[in-house]
Design a protein around this ligand. Sequence first.
Ligand code: GLN
Length: 540
Amino acid sequence: MAKYLFITGGVVSSLGKGLTAASIGQILINRGLTIRMQKMDPYLNIDPGTMSPFQHGEVYVTDDGTETDLDLGHYERFTNQPTSHKSNYTAGSIYWNVLQKERRGDYLGATIQMIPHITDEIKSCIHSLDEEDVDIIICEMGGTVGDIEGLTFLEAIRQIGLEEGPENVMYIHLTYVPYIQAAGEVKTKPTQQSVAKLREIGILPHVLICRTEVPLTDEVLNKLSLFSNVPLQAVIEERDVAHTIYELPLVLAKQKLDDLILSNFELTRPPAQLEQWQNIVNNIIEPKGKIRIGVVGKYSELQDAYKSIFEAIHHGGIAHKHTIETIKIPAEELEEGKQVEAFNNIEGILVPGGFGARGIEGKINAIKIARENGIPFLGICLGLQCAIIEFARHGCALKNANTTEANQETPHPVVCLMEEQEEVVDLGGTMRLGSWPCVIEQNSKTATAYGTLKIHERHRHRYEVNNKYRSVLEEKGLLFSGLSPDSKLVEIMELKDHPWFIATQFHPEFKSTPLHPHPLFKAFVGAAIERHSCNKQISV
Ligand code: GLN
């Protein structure tokens, strides 16, 4: 029987609850425990797949093809273990299940209510992770304590506390302790009120993790302990980390958070083995060099829209003990050749995934610069599709070649809707999603990067390279270096006559972790470092 560790958030959002949960997962794995991680999101969308990056940041895709919250990316990056559809539920998906059961008559005529029907459904989703050999389920509650939409979730986890008993359930509350500049001091009142709100529901936190920008004095820690009824040693300071988010497990382990958790659950395990993790952090803090990589996207102003991409680039840097400065280049500003000087002193160009016509021409211009100047290039999903369009237009003289996503009337639809997508009407969960096999061409840079010819990668797209144009593109020097096992779908392309130019229809960034940097990101960063050492400049 698994134990349950619930993580709630107080005072404000954006405190880094997902990172904290992921860090706790990391430390517990290093104590030899088997864990599962889960995120509950109290909004009404069935999943974040249909939400705009402006609203929600990146949509993270699991192996089993679920479109999920970006916190699951943190979970996988910190714990090195895959998540699944059981790792992310929304209020919308919970209500959907309950209402379907109601329609089927499963409730035998009962009046369907928040308690017990919605709360029971939430509990069964949480219990679904209680598989054989699982020691601890870490369940993060999305939102902030006090939100109306989060109430049923808090009620459900309160009930689990009662049902499973105190040695099997633990509540950790992540809170914010603000520093008020004008007063020159930190304030504990928001935390006091947030904990009071939790206690009103019947949840008494065992641990307080306090997000702060300044060190907390003993006086403040004592006050937080007294007013929140949390033992002093369980009031943990989580100050902004100096160098990298990957320091966080070390910060929490130093304050013995893992000991607190194990003793609460009456578990004994050897001390955490954090040397490997410490090495990663050391490599980040003391790099051998620094390079710059430009990311040409249409949400350049948004920190979270390309979360896994930025992380994977940094993992590539970790593999070479290099710091990577990522330069966000807004795709639209590159249209009509504006802003090309943005590429000066850049050693690599990455074009990420995306949807719709906005920004496509700018991405194509960026790819032209990469191709003509021998700048290492990595294209992902729409990035591959734009690379195909660029090569068709400028390398094969297919004038106005395009994807039908941007222009239905193009004379050369080199990228078009996949056959199986033609009848699809619903937007949610209907793309080609999740992990699919791919076979790699032996004599290719792709094969050198992967070191293997059979891979599985995660997808999220509706459009594909149009097979009718494959031969003309190949004749002019493009290599389809990865195909689906039946050869019907292009998965990877590269350019033969270029130092390093690879693009993928899938999303390699979802499988990259600091302990296991993704081979393509590692090779891409390697090529960029190589270019840096040759001190090459572009000519545009
Ligand atoms: N819009 C493109 C498609 O649906 C690319 C998707 C993506 O980049 N994730 O195929």
